[in-house]
Write a new protein. Structure first.
Length: 130
């Protein structure tokens, strides 16, 4: 199956500009063109874009993503290098998740405080009603 740049953009969440940028920066290999010169993304291109999106969304810098994709293009001789890159990235992501979990606990504690304070402030003074 093949995809236009619009279809690739919709499927991946990358803008058409970003897709062209990734190609210019050689993060994505050159994309095939139709007779009119329009980009035609293959299923393999889409799989690479899915991987790029995953790495980008988990905080890998663009230059490292490019290096990873370059290794992918070199074939099975780079499997161990790619594995090592992903292991290092996994450790980074896990550390970030741990840090974010701690920050979330802090936010939750503050929300609990504000919930209690708001409930206390909403109670009528003196407890008397009319």
């Amino acid at each position: 199956m093949s995809y236009t740049i619009r279809e690739a953009s919709q499927r991946t969440g990358f803008s058409a500009y970003t897709l062209r940028y990734y190609e210019r920066q050689k993060i994505l290999p050159p994309v095939a063109r139709d007779a009119a010169g329009n980009r035609i993304y293959s299923e393999e291109d889409m799989q690479l874009l899915d991987m790029i999106r995953c790495l980008k969304n988990t905080g890998m810098p663009v230059n490292e993503i490019g290096a990873f994709i370059a290794l992918c293009k070199q074939g099975d001789g780079t499997l161990e290098q790619r594995r090592q890159m992903l292991l290092a990235h996994q450790a980074h992501v896990e550390a970030k998740i741990g840090q974010m979990s701690q920050e979330l606990e802090h936010i939750q504690a503050k929300l609990n405080y504000y919930d209690r304070a708001c409930q206390k402030a909403a109670r009528p003074a003196g407890g008397g009603g009319r």
